[in-house]
Structures are given as C-alpha cells and as structure tokens.
Design a protein around this ligand. Structure first.
Ligand SMILES: C[S@@+](CC[C@H](N)C(=O)[O-])C[C@H]1O[C@@H](n2cnc3c(N)ncnc32)[C@H](O)[C@@H]1O
Length: 284
C-alpha cells in the first residue's frame, strides 16, 4: 500500500473526508511527486495498523516529508494558530488551572445557565444573527435582556482572522425573541446612553464583539453595573492569533485601572470562549 493510500485509509476511519482528499493527499503528493492514489472507500485495517503502515512506509522509502511540512507551516495562519494555542494553554496553566472545561461555548453556556445568578438583567454585545440570544433568552425568561449590535459588521480588521465589515447583515436586523430590547448602532453611541438610562444591575453579560476597542467600550461603561457574582462570558478570549490584544487586554486594563476582580469559571477547549465571575472590587 502506498503512503497516500494508507493515509487515506487512516483519515477515512476518522471521517475526515475534506482533509483526506485535499490537504494531506497534496502534501504527500508534493513530497513524493507521483499523484496520490484514489481514496479507498472501505478501510479494512484498524486505525493503529494504518498508522503503522504509514510510518513503515515513510521509514522504508526514506520519504522526506519536510518540504511539504515547510510549505504547510509557511501559511502564516497555521504558524500563528500554533503560537496562539501554545500561549492560550500557558494562560490556562497560569490563571485557570482548576477551572471546568467544556468542548464548546454551547456546552459551557448550558452549564452556566444552570448555576445561581444574582439579581439583575442580561446584556449581550455582538448579536449578529442572534444565535446566542435565542439560546440565552428562553433560559432567563423573567429577566430583562438587552442586545447590542451595529448589524453592520465589525468596524476594524483583526489580524489574520477578521476583516472590517465581516458579520455585516446588509441592513437586515434579525428577528430576536420576545422580551429582548435591541440597541442598534455602534457601541460608542449606544452603550453610554444605556448606561445613563439603565437602573438595574447586570447579572449575565455575553461579549462577542471580537475587537479590543469594542470590548473596552463595553467594559469601561458598564463594569460598575455588574452585580457581584455576575457571569461575564468573553466569546473571543483566547486560542486565535493575537488573542492577547483584544478581550484579554481590555479586561486587564480595566482590572488595573479599577481594582475589579474577575475569576475564571469556565473554559472552552476547542473554541475561544472563557467565562468569568465578577467578584467586585479589591476593596469590597
Ligand atoms: C462575531 S459577531 C457576533 C456573533 C454572535 N454572537 C454569534 O454567536 O453568532 C461580532 C458582532 O459584533 C458586532 N460589533 C463589533 N464591534 C462593534 C461595535 N463597536 N459596535 C457595534 N457592533 C459591533 C458586529 O457587528 C458583529 O455582528
């Protein structure tokens, strides 16, 4: 069996059709020159045997895969993501070692919504089509719920991941569940107005607006509305290129300036979201 066929078999057992047919076959092909063999539809070997076949083939033919790997790692998104994963893992080790982990934000939110919350309303920053709104609103039907978005997309580009205008909805405002008050416009305009009018505390805040300036606007205006014990979820905390420069920086600057305390209470291990509990100020 050739290397390409063995890799194809292996990947097929994991159901990785896309990777099998494109990336890996191309890498093997680039390193080996001959065209990859067509995928085997029905793998007949166990996963471990297939791995052994691949390794054996590489050793026995002295296949040099380094040119293909070098090509792959020249893609800055790959290099940057690896660095982001490493620095995010280091952040967990240093700041959130004993915190519960969840595969996705959905799993984490399910759990957070079962916990006790202080009195107060909910606020969401970065609604887009309303996926999170539709998830959270029914779980807190008696609390007030405020949803903020320009619905014109993000105002700036963000490194390798996001371009200015991404998430624009072309003037369409999504239909959101009953009981949700929608604040349409840029945060720098809508959030200070809300701050002046809102007289309650905030018990649950979901921040998914990607950029440092956007997160900073939310935190700077609203941190003193947070009820002690409130849950604050940052959808874009870590595990993407240059993650430290956005939500993390905005929260750290706030903590430094105000002496507020935020304790990590939930981590996603395949996504970017991290949840914190607001613990008041150092003096309180
Ligand atoms: C990643 S999307 C939100 C995705 C959504 N939470 C979801 O799970 O589907 C980010 C949203 O933040 C909004 N946004 C970012 N910065 C903003 C700002 N300064 N003012 C208003 N909206 C902003 C964008 O319009 C965009 O809809």
């Amino acid at each position: 069996m050739s290397v390409a066929a063995a890799v194809n078999n292996l990947l097929a057992q994991f159901g990785l059709q896309m990777v099998r047919s494109s990336t890996l076959a191309q890498l093997i092909s680039a390193a080996n020159h001959p065209a990859p063999e067509p995928a085997q539809p029905e793998p007949t070997q166990s996963t471990i045997e297939a791995v052994e076949d691949v390794l054996q083939e590489i050793y026995s033919t002295q296949l040099d895969v380094s040119p293909a790997l070098i090509t792959m790692f020249k893609d800055m998104r790959v290099t940057a993501q690896i660095a982001a994963g490493q620095s995010s893992a280091a952040w967990i080790a240093n700041h959130a070692d004993k915190v519960n982990t969840y595969p996705t934000r959905h799993d984490m939110l399910e759990e957070l919504c079962k916990g006790e919350l202080p009195a107060g309303g909910l606020a969401e920053f970065g609604v887009f089509t309303g996926a999170v709104t539709r998830f959270l609103r029914p779980r807190f039907p008696t609390r007030t719920y405020h949803a903020f978005d320009s619905f014109e997309g993000v105002p700036e580009s963000m490194g390798l991941a996001i371009k200015a205008g991404d998430f624009a909805l072309g003037g369409t405002i999504p239909e959101l569940p009953d009981g949700v008050t929608t604040h349409i416009g840029w945060f720098e305009d809508t959030v200070p107005v809300f701050r002046q009018q809102y007289t309650d505390r905030l018990a649950f805040v979901y921040i998914d607006c990607d950029l440092f300036e956007s997160v900073k606007t939310v935190l700077a205006n609203l941190h003193d509305l947070l009820a002690p014990g409130a849950t604050v979820v940052f959808d874009d905390w870590y595990n993407f290129p240059n993650w430290q420069a956005h939500s993390r920086r905005a929260l750290e600057e706030l903590v430094e300036r105000t002496g507020t305390k935020f304790t990590p209470i939930g981590l996603t291990i395949r996504e970017h979201a991290v949840a914190f509990r607001y613990d008041g100020t150092a003096a309180s």
